[in-house]
Design a protein around this ligand. Structure first.
Ligand code: SAM
Length: 409
């Protein structure tokens, strides 16, 4: 692969591409890299590269001409080498967000040219004329495109055959499989009172792999729910139930979804508590109060999912990846009798592959739910809470919150 960087700071870029892993690979000709000085292609006497923006405004804008001539020269050199026309990327703060998927895609080109802006940016016309795409490396503004182009070059070049010692190296990195990487440890075994997780010292690679996979999933779920959600959609470990047409489940992300979840949660809680709680307690189960509770739970590691039928949210469930608990399983009155509760319970259980025996709580008075859980492989496993009118002024009849544990092999 050939990478060209078009910049006002070619030495800076070249130095980076000559150091460490990339430097060694470059010396072995595992890829070719060229950094071009935009100033060398200016046609004015002062070798000026920028000018004031039309329409006014602060800062300077890079001329189109020197960048265009530099890109033509890169095209000429590539043609001379018998290469394809290079794929031209402009690094801009307004470009498409960059990720590992884009790195894999760019790694497939024979030649990629990265163009770095500076000052206020680049004359738009050269981007229109030469750019195949614009890439941003994040939602922040840099003073120049050099760091951005090096981020892209590094992430693309490390995927070239032979650059990393082992192909497995990058296949186990964060994002390769859509998940964040598990935590890494090296010697000593105990550092400043902190021990390495014991499983890593067992030498049992099956156990180690399972531990790492679980760490990866948990980390991704907690730190990047967006990535986790995408991974779950495609990963066989969490294959989804057979949804009917127009039916699906979505992670609660937006404020609007949270409001809907809070409304469903309030309705569900009022229904199950109606038989055992005082009217004052039931009156306090409002969507506003339940939203506060859900927000609090979300901060402590819970994720909530809404079930939709034809665009209408009619059921919900919550899962906690830290503790392996499932909760807030509720289906609206109108949507009952269609197997949605069973589907959502199975969906939630499969969201917790790192917990082979998840648990949930159910009121002893909720016979219908208990029957469903038993049918689906859940078994009673103790008492979580006792509601005793003699001790609890909000309870009207004695009942218990039973713990159920998933127990199907
Ligand atoms: N006026 C531009 C704007 O508001 O979008 C910002 C220009 S910035 C100060 C100068 C140059 O840095 C840009 O032309 C671009 O090449 C580079 N740059 C800044 N932020 C970037 C980002 N997040 N990703 C990629 N390149 C970036």
């Amino acid at each position: 692969m050939r990478i060209d960087i078009v910049t006002l700071f070619p030495e800076l870029c070249d130095q980076f591409l000559s150091a460490s892993i990339l430097g060694r690979a470059r010396a072995k000709d595992l890829f070719e890299a060229h950094c071009h000085q935009i100033r060398d292609y200016t046609t004015n006497k002062q070798k000026q590269t920028d000018d004031y923006p039309y329409g006014g405004g602060c800062g300077m804008v890079l001329y189109a001409q020197p960048i265009a001539d530099c890109l033509r020269e890169v095209q000429r050199q590539c043609a001379e080498q018998g290469r394809n026309k290079p794929h031209v990327v402009f690094l801009t703060a307004a470009g498409k967000p960059y990720n590992e998927e884009a790195a894999k895609r760019l790694a497939g080109y024979d030649a990629v040219t990265l163009v770095c802006g500076h000052y206020e940016g680049i004359d738009e016309r050269v981007i229109e004329a030469f750019g195949d795409e614009e890439i941003s490396i994040g939602d922040y503004v840099l003073t120049g495109g050099e760091l951005a182009s090096l981020v892209v070059a590094d992430s693309v070049l490390r995927l070239q055959p032979g650059v990393l010692a082992e192909e497995k190296g990058y296949q186990e990195e964060s994002y390769w499989d859509g998940l964040l990487e598990y935590p890494q440890y090296t010697r000593p075994e105990v550092w400043e009172g902190r021990a390495v997780p014991p499983v890593l010292l067992t030498g049992d690679h099956k156990k180690i792999d399972a531990w790492r996979a679980a760490q990866s999933r948990t980390r991704t779920r907690l730190r990047r729910p967006d990535l986790y959600e995408r991974w779950c959609d495609t990963h066989p470990v969490t294959d989804l139930p057979k949804w009917k047409r127009g039916e699906n489940a979505r992670l609660v992300k937006t404020g609007e979804q949270m409001d809907r979840a809070a409304a469903l949660f309030a309705e569900g809680r009022r229904t199950v508590c109606a038989e055992i709680c005082t009217p004052a307690y039931l009156a306090a189960i409002t969507p506003e109060n339940m939203r506060d509770l859900l927000e609090q739970e979300r901060r402590s590691g819970w994720a909530f999912y809404l079930h939709y039928t034809g665009g209408e949210a009619d059921a919900m469930v919550g899962v906690c990846h830290q503790t392996g608990e499932i909760s807030h399983l509720f289906v609206t009155e109108a949507a009952r009798g269609k197997g949605i509760g069973a589907k959502m319970l199975e969906f939630a259980r499969k969201k917790l592959p790192e917990h082979p025996h998840p648990t949930l709580g159910v009121l002893s008075t909720n016979i219908r739910a208990q029957a469903l859980y038993r049918r689906m492989g859940w078994r009673p496993d103790g008492v979580l809470h006792v509601f005793d009118p003699e001790q609890d002024p909000t309870a009207t009849v004695y009942s218990e919150e039973l713990r159920f544990r998933y127990d199907r092999a």
